[in-house]
Design a protein around this ligand. Structure first.
Ligand SMILES: NC(=O)C1=CN([C@@H]2O[C@H](COP(=O)(O)OP(=O)(O)OC[C@H]3O[C@@H](n4cnc5c(N)ncnc54)[C@H](O)[C@@H]3O)[C@@H](O)[C@H]2O)C=CC1
Ligand SMILES: O=C(O)[C@@H]1CCC=N1
Length: 288
Protein backbone atom coordinates (compact mmCIF):
# COMPACT_ATOMS: atom_id res chain seq x y z
CA UNK A 1 0.00 0.00 0.00
CA UNK A 2 1.31 3.46 -0.89
CA UNK A 3 2.73 5.44 1.99
CA UNK A 4 0.59 8.62 2.29
CA UNK A 5 3.66 10.83 2.08
CA UNK A 6 4.07 10.05 -1.65
CA UNK A 7 0.53 9.05 -2.57
CA UNK A 8 -0.36 12.19 -4.53
CA UNK A 9 3.12 13.28 -5.52
CA UNK A 10 4.23 13.24 -9.14
CA UNK A 11 7.72 11.95 -9.94
CA UNK A 12 9.32 12.61 -13.31
CA UNK A 13 12.39 10.57 -14.28
CA UNK A 14 14.72 12.33 -16.73
CA UNK A 15 16.68 9.49 -18.35
CA UNK A 16 15.19 6.04 -18.85
CA UNK A 17 18.16 3.74 -18.35
CA UNK A 18 19.12 0.95 -15.97
CA UNK A 19 19.13 3.05 -12.80
CA UNK A 20 15.87 4.85 -13.55
CA UNK A 21 14.22 1.49 -14.19
CA UNK A 22 15.63 0.02 -10.97
CA UNK A 23 14.18 2.88 -8.93
CA UNK A 24 10.85 3.24 -10.69
CA UNK A 25 10.23 -0.49 -10.61
CA UNK A 26 11.10 -0.64 -6.93
CA UNK A 27 8.94 2.36 -6.07
CA UNK A 28 5.94 1.06 -8.05
CA UNK A 29 6.27 -2.55 -6.88
CA UNK A 30 6.49 -1.43 -3.27
CA UNK A 31 3.41 0.76 -3.68
CA UNK A 32 5.27 3.90 -2.69
CA UNK A 33 4.02 5.68 -5.83
CA UNK A 34 1.26 4.89 -8.27
CA UNK A 35 2.26 4.37 -11.92
CA UNK A 36 -0.22 7.14 -12.89
CA UNK A 37 2.01 9.55 -10.99
CA UNK A 38 5.29 8.33 -12.44
CA UNK A 39 6.45 10.10 -15.63
CA UNK A 40 9.50 9.21 -17.69
CA UNK A 41 11.28 11.26 -20.34
CA UNK A 42 14.31 10.23 -22.35
CA UNK A 43 16.55 11.78 -24.96
CA UNK A 44 15.59 9.93 -28.18
CA UNK A 45 14.57 6.35 -27.58
CA UNK A 46 10.78 6.04 -27.86
CA UNK A 47 10.98 2.24 -27.91
CA UNK A 48 12.56 2.32 -24.48
CA UNK A 49 9.79 4.56 -23.15
CA UNK A 50 7.13 2.28 -24.67
CA UNK A 51 8.80 -0.70 -23.03
CA UNK A 52 8.71 1.01 -19.62
CA UNK A 53 5.06 1.92 -20.12
CA UNK A 54 4.15 -1.66 -21.11
CA UNK A 55 6.04 -3.15 -18.17
CA UNK A 56 5.21 -0.72 -15.36
CA UNK A 57 2.32 1.43 -16.62
CA UNK A 58 4.29 4.68 -16.27
CA UNK A 59 3.33 7.85 -18.15
CA UNK A 60 5.29 8.72 -21.30
CA UNK A 61 4.90 10.98 -24.32
CA UNK A 62 6.83 11.47 -27.55
CA UNK A 63 6.14 15.22 -27.81
CA UNK A 64 8.91 17.39 -26.34
CA UNK A 65 6.44 20.04 -25.19
CA UNK A 66 4.43 17.45 -23.25
CA UNK A 67 7.66 16.08 -21.78
CA UNK A 68 8.55 19.59 -20.62
CA UNK A 69 5.13 19.80 -18.96
CA UNK A 70 5.76 16.44 -17.23
CA UNK A 71 8.91 17.97 -15.74
CA UNK A 72 7.32 21.30 -14.84
CA UNK A 73 4.30 19.63 -13.18
CA UNK A 74 6.29 17.14 -11.12
CA UNK A 75 6.82 17.43 -7.37
CA UNK A 76 10.03 15.46 -7.75
CA UNK A 77 12.35 15.49 -10.78
CA UNK A 78 14.76 12.55 -10.72
CA UNK A 79 17.90 12.98 -12.83
CA UNK A 80 19.17 9.64 -14.18
CA UNK A 81 21.37 10.31 -17.19
CA UNK A 82 25.07 9.50 -17.59
CA UNK A 83 27.65 12.09 -16.54
CA UNK A 84 28.57 12.75 -20.19
CA UNK A 85 24.97 13.83 -20.90
CA UNK A 86 24.54 16.07 -17.86
CA UNK A 87 25.40 19.37 -19.51
CA UNK A 88 22.97 18.87 -22.38
CA UNK A 89 20.18 17.38 -20.24
CA UNK A 90 20.31 20.01 -17.51
CA UNK A 91 20.45 22.73 -20.15
CA UNK A 92 17.26 21.29 -21.63
CA UNK A 93 15.31 21.07 -18.36
CA UNK A 94 16.55 24.34 -16.85
CA UNK A 95 13.51 26.30 -18.02
CA UNK A 96 11.07 23.67 -16.73
CA UNK A 97 12.31 23.11 -13.17
CA UNK A 98 11.34 25.56 -10.45
CA UNK A 99 10.85 25.99 -6.72
CA UNK A 100 9.53 24.27 -4.63
CA UNK A 101 10.27 21.12 -6.64
CA UNK A 102 12.68 18.58 -5.25
CA UNK A 103 15.47 17.52 -7.61
CA UNK A 104 16.89 14.07 -6.91
CA UNK A 105 20.10 13.07 -8.67
CA UNK A 106 21.60 9.59 -8.90
CA UNK A 107 24.48 10.77 -11.10
CA UNK A 108 27.94 9.65 -9.99
CA UNK A 109 30.22 12.55 -9.11
CA UNK A 110 27.83 15.41 -9.90
CA UNK A 111 27.99 17.79 -6.94
CA UNK A 112 25.07 19.74 -5.51
CA UNK A 113 27.01 22.91 -6.32
CA UNK A 114 27.35 21.93 -9.99
CA UNK A 115 23.64 21.09 -10.22
CA UNK A 116 22.72 24.48 -8.76
CA UNK A 117 25.00 26.14 -11.31
CA UNK A 118 23.62 24.19 -14.27
CA UNK A 119 20.02 24.83 -13.24
CA UNK A 120 20.72 28.45 -12.30
CA UNK A 121 18.30 28.33 -9.42
CA UNK A 122 18.33 27.86 -5.68
CA UNK A 123 16.50 24.53 -5.86
CA UNK A 124 16.09 21.82 -3.25
CA UNK A 125 18.44 18.99 -4.20
CA UNK A 126 18.91 15.47 -2.89
CA UNK A 127 22.12 14.01 -4.25
CA UNK A 128 22.07 10.24 -3.98
CA UNK A 129 24.15 7.19 -4.84
CA UNK A 130 21.91 4.13 -5.11
CA UNK A 131 22.65 0.79 -6.71
CA UNK A 132 20.89 -1.55 -9.10
CA UNK A 133 19.77 -3.94 -6.35
CA UNK A 134 17.05 -1.32 -5.75
CA UNK A 135 15.19 -3.20 -8.50
CA UNK A 136 14.33 -5.96 -6.02
CA UNK A 137 14.06 -3.82 -2.90
CA UNK A 138 17.59 -4.61 -1.72
CA UNK A 139 19.31 -1.37 -2.73
CA UNK A 140 21.86 0.50 -0.62
CA UNK A 141 21.73 4.26 -1.10
CA UNK A 142 23.78 7.15 0.26
CA UNK A 143 22.06 10.56 0.36
CA UNK A 144 23.08 14.20 0.92
CA UNK A 145 20.69 17.14 0.96
CA UNK A 146 21.16 20.75 -0.10
CA UNK A 147 20.32 23.46 2.41
CA UNK A 148 17.05 24.23 0.61
CA UNK A 149 15.51 20.79 1.15
CA UNK A 150 12.50 20.95 3.50
CA UNK A 151 11.64 18.36 6.15
CA UNK A 152 8.82 17.06 3.94
CA UNK A 153 11.19 16.70 0.99
CA UNK A 154 13.71 14.86 3.17
CA UNK A 155 10.97 12.51 4.27
CA UNK A 156 9.89 11.92 0.66
CA UNK A 157 13.45 11.16 -0.39
CA UNK A 158 13.97 8.76 2.50
CA UNK A 159 10.61 7.13 1.75
CA UNK A 160 11.62 6.51 -1.88
CA UNK A 161 15.00 5.01 -1.14
CA UNK A 162 13.90 3.11 1.98
CA UNK A 163 11.11 1.57 -0.09
CA UNK A 164 13.75 0.05 -2.36
CA UNK A 165 16.38 -0.87 0.20
CA UNK A 166 18.34 0.86 2.92
CA UNK A 167 19.28 4.55 2.84
CA UNK A 168 22.01 6.35 4.80
CA UNK A 169 22.41 10.12 4.98
CA UNK A 170 26.09 11.10 4.67
CA UNK A 171 28.12 14.28 4.25
CA UNK A 172 28.33 15.12 0.55
CA UNK A 173 32.08 14.38 0.07
CA UNK A 174 31.47 10.87 1.44
CA UNK A 175 29.10 10.08 -1.43
CA UNK A 176 32.21 9.27 -3.48
CA UNK A 177 33.11 6.63 -0.89
CA UNK A 178 29.55 5.29 -1.04
CA UNK A 179 30.01 5.08 -4.83
CA UNK A 180 33.13 2.95 -4.37
CA UNK A 181 31.49 0.62 -1.86
CA UNK A 182 27.81 0.16 -2.72
CA UNK A 183 27.24 2.08 -5.98
CA UNK A 184 29.79 0.06 -7.96
CA UNK A 185 29.77 -2.76 -5.38
CA UNK A 186 27.24 -5.09 -7.02
CA UNK A 187 29.60 -5.38 -10.00
CA UNK A 188 32.45 -6.57 -7.75
CA UNK A 189 30.17 -9.23 -6.29
CA UNK A 190 29.00 -10.35 -9.74
CA UNK A 191 32.63 -10.51 -10.83
CA UNK A 192 33.40 -12.65 -7.80
CA UNK A 193 30.48 -14.95 -8.63
CA UNK A 194 31.69 -15.19 -12.22
CA UNK A 195 35.11 -16.38 -11.00
CA UNK A 196 33.55 -18.88 -8.57
CA UNK A 197 31.47 -20.31 -11.41
CA UNK A 198 34.39 -20.46 -13.83
CA UNK A 199 36.55 -22.25 -11.30
CA UNK A 200 33.75 -24.68 -10.51
CA UNK A 201 33.30 -25.47 -14.20
CA UNK A 202 37.08 -25.86 -14.60
CA UNK A 203 36.87 -28.35 -11.75
CA UNK A 204 34.26 -30.35 -13.65
CA UNK A 205 30.86 -29.18 -12.33
CA UNK A 206 28.12 -28.39 -14.83
CA UNK A 207 27.47 -24.69 -15.43
CA UNK A 208 24.00 -25.02 -13.92
CA UNK A 209 25.21 -26.65 -10.71
CA UNK A 210 28.17 -24.26 -10.49
CA UNK A 211 25.87 -21.21 -10.71
CA UNK A 212 23.43 -22.59 -8.14
CA UNK A 213 26.19 -23.32 -5.63
CA UNK A 214 28.05 -20.04 -6.19
CA UNK A 215 24.96 -17.82 -5.91
CA UNK A 216 23.65 -19.62 -2.82
CA UNK A 217 27.09 -19.31 -1.22
CA UNK A 218 27.20 -15.53 -1.70
CA UNK A 219 23.57 -15.13 -0.62
CA UNK A 220 24.09 -17.34 2.43
CA UNK A 221 27.29 -15.60 3.50
CA UNK A 222 25.76 -12.09 3.18
CA UNK A 223 22.65 -13.24 5.06
CA UNK A 224 24.81 -14.77 7.81
CA UNK A 225 26.50 -11.40 8.40
CA UNK A 226 23.11 -9.69 8.49
CA UNK A 227 21.18 -12.21 10.54
CA UNK A 228 23.77 -13.31 13.11
CA UNK A 229 25.18 -9.80 13.61
CA UNK A 230 28.62 -11.38 13.86
CA UNK A 231 31.66 -9.70 12.36
CA UNK A 232 32.64 -11.01 8.90
CA UNK A 233 36.09 -11.84 10.26
CA UNK A 234 34.55 -13.96 13.05
CA UNK A 235 32.32 -15.79 10.59
CA UNK A 236 35.30 -16.32 8.30
CA UNK A 237 37.27 -17.93 11.15
CA UNK A 238 34.38 -20.33 11.79
CA UNK A 239 34.74 -21.61 8.22
CA UNK A 240 38.51 -21.84 8.46
CA UNK A 241 39.70 -25.08 10.09
CA UNK A 242 43.39 -25.02 11.05
CA UNK A 243 45.42 -26.37 8.17
CA UNK A 244 42.21 -27.15 6.34
CA UNK A 245 40.95 -26.34 2.87
CA UNK A 246 39.73 -22.80 3.57
CA UNK A 247 43.01 -21.79 5.16
CA UNK A 248 44.82 -23.04 2.07
CA UNK A 249 42.46 -21.07 -0.17
CA UNK A 250 42.70 -17.84 1.86
CA UNK A 251 46.50 -18.09 1.89
CA UNK A 252 46.37 -18.29 -1.89
CA UNK A 253 44.10 -15.20 -1.98
CA UNK A 254 46.54 -13.30 0.26
CA UNK A 255 49.50 -14.44 -1.83
CA UNK A 256 47.76 -13.11 -4.97
CA UNK A 257 46.82 -9.81 -3.33
CA UNK A 258 43.03 -10.24 -3.05
CA UNK A 259 42.53 -7.94 0.00
CA UNK A 260 44.59 -5.19 -1.58
CA UNK A 261 42.89 -5.63 -4.96
CA UNK A 262 39.44 -5.19 -3.42
CA UNK A 263 40.44 -2.13 -1.38
CA UNK A 264 42.24 -0.51 -4.31
CA UNK A 265 39.21 -1.16 -6.52
CA UNK A 266 36.93 0.62 -4.04
CA UNK A 267 39.32 3.58 -3.79
CA UNK A 268 39.66 3.74 -7.57
CA UNK A 269 35.89 3.85 -8.02
CA UNK A 270 35.68 6.74 -5.52
CA UNK A 271 38.52 8.51 -7.28
CA UNK A 272 36.80 8.02 -10.65
CA UNK A 273 33.61 9.54 -9.21
CA UNK A 274 35.66 12.59 -8.18
CA UNK A 275 37.20 12.76 -11.66
CA UNK A 276 33.75 12.61 -13.27
CA UNK A 277 32.58 15.32 -10.87
CA UNK A 278 35.49 17.54 -11.88
CA UNK A 279 34.70 16.99 -15.57
CA UNK A 280 31.11 18.11 -14.95
CA UNK A 281 32.09 21.23 -12.99
CA UNK A 282 31.25 24.55 -14.58
CA UNK A 283 34.46 26.54 -14.59
CA UNK A 284 34.12 30.27 -13.92
CA UNK A 285 35.22 31.20 -17.49
CA UNK A 286 32.40 29.06 -18.94
CA UNK A 287 29.67 30.92 -17.09
CA UNK A 288 27.76 33.20 -19.45
N1 LIG B 1 23.96 1.68 -13.27
C1 LIG B 1 24.29 1.74 -11.98
O1 LIG B 1 24.58 0.71 -11.32
C2 LIG B 1 24.28 3.04 -11.27
C3 LIG B 1 24.21 4.23 -11.97
N2 LIG B 1 24.23 5.42 -11.30
C4 LIG B 1 24.16 6.65 -12.06
O2 LIG B 1 22.93 6.64 -12.74
C5 LIG B 1 23.06 7.40 -13.94
C6 LIG B 1 22.43 6.61 -15.08
O3 LIG B 1 23.13 5.41 -15.21
P1 LIG B 1 22.49 4.20 -16.02
O4 LIG B 1 21.05 4.12 -15.73
O5 LIG B 1 23.37 3.04 -15.77
O6 LIG B 1 22.71 4.75 -17.53
P2 LIG B 1 21.92 4.37 -18.86
O7 LIG B 1 22.82 4.69 -19.99
O8 LIG B 1 21.33 3.01 -18.73
O9 LIG B 1 20.71 5.44 -18.86
C7 LIG B 1 20.88 6.80 -19.08
C8 LIG B 1 19.62 7.32 -19.75
O10 LIG B 1 19.68 8.75 -19.84
C9 LIG B 1 19.10 9.13 -21.09
N3 LIG B 1 19.51 10.48 -21.48
C10 LIG B 1 20.70 10.87 -22.00
N4 LIG B 1 20.66 12.19 -22.28
C11 LIG B 1 19.43 12.64 -21.94
C12 LIG B 1 18.77 13.90 -22.01
N5 LIG B 1 19.40 14.96 -22.51
N6 LIG B 1 17.51 13.98 -21.58
C13 LIG B 1 16.86 12.91 -21.09
N7 LIG B 1 17.43 11.68 -21.01
C14 LIG B 1 18.69 11.55 -21.42
C15 LIG B 1 19.58 8.06 -22.05
O11 LIG B 1 18.79 8.04 -23.22
C16 LIG B 1 19.41 6.79 -21.17
O12 LIG B 1 18.11 6.30 -21.26
C17 LIG B 1 24.53 7.67 -14.17
O13 LIG B 1 24.78 9.02 -13.97
C18 LIG B 1 25.23 6.81 -13.13
O14 LIG B 1 26.35 7.47 -12.60
C19 LIG B 1 24.25 5.49 -9.95
C20 LIG B 1 24.29 4.36 -9.20
C21 LIG B 1 24.36 3.04 -9.80
O1 LIG C 1 29.79 2.80 -13.18
C1 LIG C 1 29.26 3.88 -12.91
O2 LIG C 1 29.82 4.95 -13.22
C2 LIG C 1 27.95 3.90 -12.17
C3 LIG C 1 28.03 4.65 -10.87
C4 LIG C 1 27.97 3.62 -9.80
C5 LIG C 1 27.62 2.41 -10.50
N1 LIG C 1 27.58 2.58 -11.79
Amino acid sequence: MAKPILANKKICFVGAGAMAEAILRGVIDKGIAHADHVFVVNRHNQNRLQELRRTYGVQIHSDKKVQERFIADADIVLLAMKPKDVEEALGQIKASVHKPQLIISVIAGLSIQSMLQYLESDLAIARTMPNTSSTIGLGATGISFSAQVTEDQRSMTMAIFEAIGIAEVVEEPLLEVVTGVSGSGPAYVYYFIEQLVEAAVEGGLSLETAKKLAVQTVLGAASMVQETGEEPAVLRKKVTSPNGTTQAALEKMDELGFPNAVKQAVHRSSERARELGALMEIRPKEKG
